[in-house]
Design a protein around this ligand. Structure first.
Ligand code: TMP
Length: 261
């Protein structure tokens, strides 16, 4: 268990070699980062909550026919996943203006968009994940036009489903980020949902109060980060008897005092 081969370590997760070829173990850490890791804290128990929340959402998406990398949860912080070749794009779907879109286009946060909008960002920390168009994606060979079509169609199906799922528990899905990967089975390649879906990569506002129940609480120093994630987990019905430890709040590791967007 301790001597597993580490394949990749990201800001919030670690990937280990899995028990079978073609599988990996995805481990959720308590680290929270923002502004390309210039701000970093540990939020005790966040990894446990995200593991549960993401499992719940991926299983539900699987049930409606969205192919995902999720196989099964292994323990409090880990899940067994299918190994994929990650498409180097962050795919953002937006229903309501917020964050960088609100800043970029001078829209008031909370303004409903005329329709759901998909954006692509090139996954490159050194470049701060710049926004790119389909032209860049195809010209540089990050994905083919057919793959982009498939990614967009999956992203919209995921959005439709999640909007309803969250509305049912009194939460407005403002926007979210997903990642996809290529998965081969007997020479057949298909695009499947990878990574995670949790309050780390969604904007979730309480319908009644507009309270933020997501990582913006950390990005914008609003406090109550763990409590917000617990609330999402509780409403989804995935907070178990084995409650995650109640942390004393975020422990600031580094901060450059960047203003939230
Ligand atoms: P943005 O408004 O900052 O562009 O974020 C759009 C959505 O994407 C929001 O739900 C947060 C999520 N997101 C990530 O998951 N990772 C990131 O690195 C960034 C910048 C945003």
């Amino acid at each position: 268990m301790n001597k597993r081969r580490r394949i990749y370590e990201g800001k919030a997760k670690v990937l280990y070699e899995g028990p079978e070829p073609g599988t990996l173990i995805q481990h959720f850490k308590d680290d929270a980062t923002a502004f390309n890791a210039k701000k970093h804290a540990l939020i005790e128990g966040k990894g446990v909550l995200n593991n549960r929340i993401s499992e719940y959402i991926f299983v539900k998406l699987g049930e409606i026919g969205v192919p995902t990398h999720f196989m099964r949860r292994m323990n409090m912080r880990e899940q067994l996943i299918r190994e994929v070749e990650i498409i180097p794009l962050e795919v953002v779907v937006r229903n309501v203006a917020a964050g960088s879109l609100a800043t970029r286009l001078g829209l008031e946060e909370g303004t409903a968009l005329p329709r759901s909008i998909i954006e692509f960002y090139y996954k490159a920390d050194k470049l701060n994940d710049p926004m790119v168009s389909e032209e860049h994606i195809t010209a540089f060979g990050w994905a083919t036009p057919q793959e982009i079509d498939e990614v967009m169609s999956l992203a919209l199906r995921i959005n439709d489903f999640l909007v309803g799922l969250f509305l049912g528990i009194g939460i407005r899905l403002i926007d979210f980020k997903v990642e996809f990967g290529r998965h081969w089975e007997n020479d057949q390649m298909r695009i499947i949902l990878a990574d995670e879906i949790s309050p780390d990569c969604c904007r979730l506002w309480d319908v009644a109060t507009a309270n933020k129940l997501d990582k913006d609480r950390f990005r914008r120093d609003l406090g109550g980060v763990l409590e917000a994630y617990q609330e999402v987990a509780r409403r989804l019905g995935v907070l178990t008897e084995n409650r995650p430890p109640k942390g004393a709040g975020p422990v600031l590791v580094t901060s450059n005092g960047t203003k939230p967007n």
